[in-house]
Design a binder for this molecule. Sequence first.
Ligand SMILES: NC(=O)c1ccc[n+]([C@@H]2O[C@H](COP(=O)([O-])OP(=O)(O)OC[C@H]3O[C@@H](n4cnc5c(N)ncnc54)[C@H](OP(=O)(O)O)[C@@H]3O)[C@@H](O)[C@H]2O)c1
Length: 351
Amino acid sequence: MTPPTLPHSRIPASRDAPVLRWGIMGPGWIAERFTESIQAHTGQVIAAVGSRSLERSKAFAEAYNIPSAYGSYEELAAAPEVDIVYVCTPHTNHHTAAVMAIDAGKHVLVEKPIGVDAYEARDIAFRAEAAGVFAAEALWTFFLPKFDVIRQIIETGMLGTITTVVAEYGEHFDPSHRIFDPVLAGGPLLDLGTYPLALITEVLGSPQRLHAVGQPHESGVNAQLSAVMQFDGGAQAVVNTHLHNFTPTAATIVGSEATLAIEGPFNMPGAFEVRFPDGTRLRHEEPAGGHFEGLHYEAAAVARAVTAGSTQLSQRTLAASIATLEVADEIRRQLGVVFPHPKAPTFEGKI
Ligand SMILES: NC(=O)c1ccc[n+]([C@@H]2O[C@H](COP(=O)([O-])OP(=O)(O)OC[C@H]3O[C@@H](n4cnc5c(N)ncnc54)[C@H](OP(=O)(O)O)[C@@H]3O)[C@@H](O)[C@H]2O)c1
């Protein structure tokens, strides 16, 4: 019998993508990583930056050679030289910022999570569709070359029937980090947990049952949570996320024919293996890397989709973003974790 081989990534070079003119809304930590990555690896143009402070906006524009700097998000949303707004403010501002850009007729790429809950995600989806503009969540993992290979492995049935997904993500943060701020929807769930939950819902869909346990942090946010889930057909998933310290951030997808073990951090560029019961191991080699090596793939995918007239990304549909947040909402409901939100979370009994 011919031994199986792994498929290859079909992701084109980011530099070959058609060019959009981007506006950065919220020039903070991830805005720097995004700008550095796409300026180095693509022909995309960062045309403008908008901050709550003109001083910060000008400093960012100067550091990255960006032609326009605005002292408010409103001005950036209205800027005629911008095709698409990249919303990279803290989570609690994603919905407001995205709606502002959509109302101004702009396409939007919103950092993960697209909203603090499924309600906000649904509202963004509804408004973008009504306005006829593009909207997507910047879940960069799903645009990496390795994830295109993982998708093919799953779609072709190489793993057999998937029975189990186990994924975790823990990190250490300086005490001054916004993750400790309850007002900014702190705690590990949205900053870190979005990745394992997105992987689980991408592979297995929405759970039928979920049981979560949590541990509070002295700052008032959740410090750690774990959840077990059961899906149609009996498959199970386990997630753990916390802000105590760094973990391998590994993910494992188990099937009846083979196991896919993604080396940590699974959400960033790197290698993985498909392991068969007879000891055969098929290895996907990809240089391990961080944001600089990986963020440009999502920008290139967005540029291709927008230029082709699509209003969503097939690699991360808005329905998929909503499904992930529905699980996060249910975990919070069970743990009694409440995020600041003008409206009550609208859990619709899907779990
Ligand atoms: N894809 C990834 O790998 C990745 C990594 C890290 C973070 N993220 C996501 O990106 C988002 C931003 O994270 P970050 O770490 O870059 O955040 P950050 O540096 O703490 O803040 C980003 C910017 O948001 C603006 N902002 C607006 N309202 C704010 C408020 N109430 N408090 C503080 N800043 C506010 C600030 O810019 P101005 O005041 O100058 O406008 C700030 O510089 C988060 O939703 C996070 O989940 C994604």
